[in-house]
Design a binder for this molecule. Structure first.
Ligand SMILES: Cc1cc2nc3c(=O)[nH]c(=O)nc-3n(C[C@H](O)[C@H](O)[C@H](O)COP(=O)(O)O)c2cc1C
Length: 341
């Protein structure tokens, strides 16, 4: 049996395989109310039916200022819970576990004319200079993550992912390139993460796993590297709060040239995994089932994430199982399509 299709634990959850749908913003809340729609129910339900073990729903803003775009999904008020619970039900009906990425866009927010960040450094010439956050602004964001996490659990999500990647708010605290504060948040760049995890743990069941998405490399001189970030994370912030996994991405902190290729972030993920005692989700431009299988077979990661491959084909996992001769359970209704005639 291909290792990709082994049942595998992520915290307290047992996933039916090692395939994770990466969070992908759909910018599909046209009323700008942050409430997910029928589109989201169909979109996420289809990927669950298509066989991934875990669906992680898109970056979901913890407050309106934290939206990447005005059409983003949100969990900043209770009216947003019920529509998301329909998405969760669809994912469960498709046989997958349901995760959600909680996010704040920080300096890259297009949801507010006055974005905020740890230091007043704009992302690029196309973005306004962000407001430097005061301690009380940080307290408010921590509180907003806490409330959004509590709503996510009420909506039925099995696992929460904190968005600490791609140059958004948390990532801009974690990177030395964008956090140039002289207070406690500058001296300990992990502090905001510590506070967010602690606040969330207060309001969710102890059995609900939390994972963290990170940018392992800023792809820029003096920025984070997999080694430096692993060192910072190994000082206790993951263990103190029982963080079950790291979802390893890269970039987005500063404008930097990247030349991606299939699996280009897997080496970074492996480096971090070898220094930290937590499950690793790796990926980036994965489309070939054999490459996905080799990543877990060789122990470079515990899980493989798929982004755009699942936009092209929601049934990628079912096809991959055929390709890898893995005799997995197909949806009963689709059995006649399991093998080509
Ligand atoms: C349309 C789109 C939206 C995305 N939105 C998010 C997001 O909400 N959160 C996030 O962490 N990454 C986001 N990403 C990045 C993906 O999760 C993933 O890391 C990236 O696409 C690389 O993986 P892939 O080559 O398998 O697509 C997005 C990517 C795409 C294509």
């Amino acid at each position: 049996m291909a290792r990709l299709f082994e049942k595998t634990r992520l915290g307290t959850l047992e996933l039916r395989n090692r395939l994770v749908m990466a969070p992908m913003c759909m910018y599909s809340c046209p009323e700008q109310d942050g409430r997910v729609k029928d589109f989201h129910v169909i979109h996420y339900g289809a990927r669950a039916l298509g066989g991934v073990g875990l669906v992680i729903c898109e970056a979901t803003a913890v407050n309106p200022e934290g939206r990447i775009s005005p059409e983003d999904a949100g969990l900043w008020n209770d009216d947003q819970i019920e529509p998301y619970s329909r998405v969760v039900d669809a994912i469960h009906a498709g046989g997958a576990k349901a995760g959600i990425q909680l996010a704040h866009a920080g300096k890259k927010s297009r949801g507010t004319p006055h974005p905020s960040a740890p230091s007043p450094i704009p992302f690029s010439d196309d973005y306004p200079a962000p407001k430097e956050m005061k301690a009380r602004d940080i307290d408010q964001v921590v509180h907003d993550f806490q409330k959004a996490a509590s709503r996510a659990v009420k909506a039925g999500f099995d696992i929460l992912e904190i968005h600490g990647a791609h140059g958004y708010l948390i990532n801009s605290f974690l990177s030395p390139l964008t956090n140039q504060r002289h207070d406690e948040y500058g001296k300990d760049r992990m502090l905001i993460l510590d506070q967010i995890f602690a606040a969330i743990r207060e309001v969710i069941p102890s059995t609900t796993p939390i994972i963290l998405r990170i940018s392992a490399s800023d792809w820029a001189e003096d920025g984070n590297t997999p080694e430096s970030l692993a060192r910072d994370l190994s000082r206790g912030v993951l263990e103190r709060h029982g963080i079950s996994g790291l979802h390893v991405s890269s970039g987005g902190v500063v404008m930097a040239p990247i030349t991606p290729y299939p699996g280009y972030q897997v080496g970074m993920a492996h480096t971090m995994g070898s220094q930290l005692n937590t499950k690793i989700i790796a990926g980036g431009m994965i489309d070939c089932p054999d490459l996905a299988e080799s990543i877990v077979h060789e122990g470079r990661a515990d899980f493989v994430f798929l982004g755009r491959a699942l936009l092209r084909d929601p049934n990628w996992p079912l096809r991959a199982a055929n390709r890898l001769n893995a005799d997995i359970d197909w949806p009963r209704q689709y059995l006649r399509g399991k093998f080509s005639p």
